[in-house]
Every structure is written in structure tokens, then in C-alpha cells.
Design a protein around this ligand. Structure first.
Ligand SMILES: *[C@@H]1O[C@H](CO)[C@@H](O)[C@H](O)[C@H]1NC(C)=O
Length: 291
């Protein structure tokens, strides 16, 4: 692995493999810029970015080239039946075209529908798992974290996860309809005994993607563990964690799960009403500009 010049690198410390699925949309560059500039402060980090696309986009390629991050750029397209409504015929060329298709085809209903039922990022996260299993060995020390591009991360969350033995967990802010979704600990044993989740608390692991990390060695050891389409959105975390661990073995981080170090902020979709009027007249505000 190349350690790029500007990054702090300690050959003794485990590498954090931050796995970020991404897809073309008006806010994509803003989100990836924000996330990449957070990750640039983290030592021993390798960013695996997987585009939901038929080929690498120049937007993501350019962005990765500008960072000083160690990175791997992959792409894999979500199969047709599982694609986002409105992105079926969309190829990554122009965000405005996406927007037109988007407003025509997406209704609130479909947004909600796909949020709750359509699993997202399955193919892309699995591509990262395959890449790790192909390119890393049991001698490589590391930890794997699914870092979506629409969250806000404290740098401290990366310190917390770095020495994960198998699977570590911590609270996530602004998710699951709550201010915070968090593991509940037995204060005597320090073990996870449950969760405070309100949405489908019957899930085997009612936890958000941003609330856990898995050691690289454990990913390699449990080589059959993958995300899957035959489980609903909201159950992907449970599905992968059930293949990797049991509740008793979870390692609570962030001061026994008393600190919130990551937030599911999500970016508000931009209002492009004026842009759409332009597009209707065959004009774009972003001609010759990558936004
Ligand atoms: C977490 O809780 C356990 C059990 O009560 C305790 O032994 C440990 O010191 C605590 N750790 C932190 C960082 O507070």
C-alpha cells in the first residue's frame, strides 16, 4: 500500500478502512468533499469509495486525486430491481438530467418506500468486502467502518474504533426517529444488554450503519459475511452483524456509550426550482463547472 505523502502513518497502528458507497446526485460533491476533509485528519486511514455506477465518474476520480488520502476507487451498479426510483435510466453524466428524472419520478411516497424497504448500498459495500478479502491478509492490522457520505463524524470516533478486536459499537445521533440511538450497557459488567431503539426494536441488532466497526481480521475470518437484498432497509445492519458476532461479544466504545461522536445528519435536498426553469429552456447554470 502506498502511504501518500501528507498523511500521518504509523506502521504499527491498525489501518482504518472507511467504506463509503456513493451515487450521483446534486449534493454528491459537497458531501464527499466534507467527508474527505474529515478523513484527511485521521492517521492510518484508507478510504474505499464505491460508486453506484457503470463506470468511474470523473467527479469522484477528480475528488480522490485532490485528496492526500490513501484510497481505492471502485464501482458497481445496483441491479435494476433494486435501483432508486428515478435513477433507472440515469448514467453519470449530468446532475441536472438526474434532477429532471428525479422530480418526475420520485414522490414522497417513493422516497419513504425506498427508505424503509429498499436496501441501499448492498452491492457497493459487498464490493468493498470482496476487495478487502482479496487484497488483505491476516497479517494486516485494521478495522472496517461503513462511513456513509451523509453523516457528520467527530475525529474521536476514529480513535475509538481503531483497536476493535471483533465488533465495536457506540451511539449514533439523530437516527431512528430519536435524538440518539444507543446500546444499553450493564454498568457492572460493561456489556451490551440491549438498545434504546424505538423503530423496530425487535431487530437483532437495532443499530445504524454508522454505529459499529469490525476488525479487518474478523472480516477475513468470517469470509462468507455479506450484505443482502432479501433483507429490508433498516435490517442490513442486523443481517451483517448476525453473521459476525453475538450481542455478548460487542465491545462498547465512546466512554461506555455515553458519548455521541457521529450523527446521521443527512443533507437537505437542494431546491433547484430556478435551475429547472433554465433546463426547460435548454440552459444550465453549471455549464463547464463541476458542482
Ligand atoms: C465502563 O464500564 C466498566 C464497567 O462498569 C468499567 O469497568 C470501565 O472502567 C468503564 N470504562 C469507561 C471508559 O468509562
Amino acid at each position: 500500500m502506498c502511504q501518500r505523502d501528507c498523511q500521518h502513518w504509523d506502521p504499527e497502528a491498525p489501518v482504518i478502512y472507511a467504506v463509503t458507497p456513493t451515487y450521483a446526485r446534486p449534493v454528491q460533491k459537497a458531501e464527499l468533499t466534507r467527508l474527505s476533509q474529515t478523513l484527511m485528519h485521521v492517521s492510518n486511514l484508507h478510504w474505499i469509495v464505491i460508486e453506484d455506477a457503470v463506470k468511474k465518474s470523473s467527479l469522484v476520480e477528480n475528488l480522490l486525486a485532490r485528496t492526500n488520502l490513501n484510497h481505492t476507487h471502485l464501482f458497481v451498479q445496483t441491479p435494476v430491481p433494486y435501483r432508486r426510483k428515478g435513477s433507472v435510466n440515469y448514467s453519470i453524466t449530468n446532475n441536472c438530467d438526474f434532477f429532471i428524472t428525479n422530480i418526475i419520478m420520485i414522490s414522497m411516497f417513493f422516497n419513504l418506500f425506498s427508505f424503509f424497504f429498499q436496501p441501499r448500498g448492498v452491492e457497493q459495500r459487498n464490493a468493498a468486502l470482496r476487495w478487502l478479502r482479496k487484497n488483505k491478509t491476516m497479517n494486516d492490522k485494521g478495522v472496517v467502518y461503513f462511513a456513509d457520505d451523509d453523516n457528520s463524524y467527530s475525529l474521536q470516533v476514529f480513535d475509538e474504533m481503531r483497536y476493535t478486536k471483533e465488533v465495536s459499537v457506540w451511539p449514533v445521533g439523530l437516527v431512528g426517529g430519536l435524538m440518539v440511538e444507543k446500546p444499553i450497557l450493564n454498568l457492572t459488567t460493561g456489556k451490551v444488554v440491549g438498545w434504546n431503539s424505538a423503530w423496530r426494536p425487535d431487530r437483532p441488532f437495532p443499530i445504524d450503519m454508522a454505529g459499529f466497526a469490525i476488525s479487518l481480521q474478523h472480516i477475513l475470518k468470517k469470509s462468507k459475511a455479506y450484505f443482502a437484498y432479501n433483507v429490508s432497509g433498516g435490517f442490513q445492519e442486523s443481517h451483517i452483524l448476525q453473521q459476525l458476532t453475538v450481542r455478548e461479544n460487542l465491545e462498547p466504545k465512546a466512554d461506555n456509550c455515553t458519548q455521541v461522536l457521529v450523527w446521521h445528519t443527512r443533507t437537505e435536498g437542494p431546491r433547484l426550482t430556478e435551475e429547472n426553469k433554465l433546463i426547460a429552456r435548454g440552459i444550465h447554470s453549471d455549464v463547464g463547472l463541476e458542482v
